[in-house]
Ligand binder design. Sequence first.
Ligand code: NAP
Length: 274
Amino acid sequence: MKTWLITGCSSGFGQRLARAAVQRGDQVIATARNVKTIEELVAPFGGRMLALPLDVTDAAAAKAAVEKAVETFGGFDVLVNNAGYGLFGAIEEGTAEEYRPMFEVNVFGLIETTKAALPILRRSGGTIVNMSSGAGIAGSGGAGYYNAAKFAVEGISEALAGELKPFGIRVLIIEPGPFRTDFLGRSITIAANEMPEYAASSRKHYRETNNGHQAGDPDKAIAVILRAVDADDAPLHLPVGPAAHSIAERKLASFRRDIDAWRDITIATDFDQP
Ligand code: NAP
């Protein structure tokens, strides 16, 4: 039996994962910034699911949630940094008031929650599941700020994977393509300053036409996460869904082309040998 601490359980992946984990017999500390939003989720599961308030931008709240988790279940062995939202818009369109709060949640919130959890995980060993995105694999016009935040999640996760191996802690980076959660509905902000010059890369139409029609079934993504957490041989990077796989394949091919194309020029930079 595993004990999970999951952020962002009010809807989408977080809520479904919390429910699926407890339904198969695990214990779950489900967190949300407004704990009322998870009362219904927790109610059927008695003492095996604990609801706690956690706005991931509040580092003290992350520490308090970890303390309460230890008090209730003696610790936990899976941390899922799931809370997050997106910001669409060209780089020139976005403002600091729009992109800084998004980094606070997706990047700094993930860091502080992880730091709060590490003293416990270093004792027990376990798994950190970080929710990245296909947007964390390759950048694309109109999503640059969200790309940057998820690229940060990738870099932090790759570094943690090496750093935490000696403590028996694994890291899994989940990179979903489009899945039918509340993400395109309420978890995407669009830069307010829309410039006609960037109409070609605008994601507004994409959001409007795809919300509720995403091909990805979130319960199937959750099944992949459960399987990866249980498996000894799950890889660090998990592009989930065919769209994310295509992004990864295209990224690998174009990266390969780039590093090969100018290889002779770019490697000729060491000091000349005497
Ligand atoms: P969702 O249904 O909209 O859920 C987003 C969750 O994040 C909500 O529970 C929300 O809580 C929570 N959240 C936002 N800010 C928070 C904060 N400051 N503190 C704590 N929780 C906060 O969307 P989702 O698809 O499940 O998103 C979950 C993760 O998957 C995100 O990291 C997202 O980037 C990633 N992802 C999603 C997709 C997709 O297509 N669905 C694809 C790639 C990656 P509130 O109710 O309080 O707002």
